[in-house]
Design a protein around this ligand. Sequence first.
Ligand code: FES
Length: 147
Amino acid sequence: MYSEKVMDHFSNPRNVGEIEGASGVGTVGNAKCGDIMRIYLDIDEDGIINDCKFKTFGCGAAVATSSMATELVKGKTVQEAMQVTNKAVMEALDGLPPVKVHCSLLAEEAIHAALWDYAEKNGIVIEGLEKPKSDVHEGEDEEEEEY
Ligand code: FES
């Protein structure tokens, strides 16, 4: 059901932990399953993400996608980090079962929330970055969701 890469990142997650005095911190939840994700970014004066860590109270797919997402954003500029979408993370993991796709949204939204926090603290604008949601389902039409 899960690819080898997903199993690897789930059993052996990279970059678990927190960064003290992080440049940006983002937390998002998924009210439907109760899972929570927090991402910490350490960004240098050139706007390069030197380090990224995460903590989650989430399912295996959320752990694996966050682990891969942190690996993908490391070394990137804040603008390049915007390309690390849940789709890009899923591709890097060789896919997720359809019912688990929503779990990968936590990682993407948490990165966006951490970038937003960084941008606000530094008075900058990151192109394409919108104010993050605190819940991945915020603003959705409940009726249209199928689980
Ligand atoms: Fe909640 Fe996966 S079931 S994030």
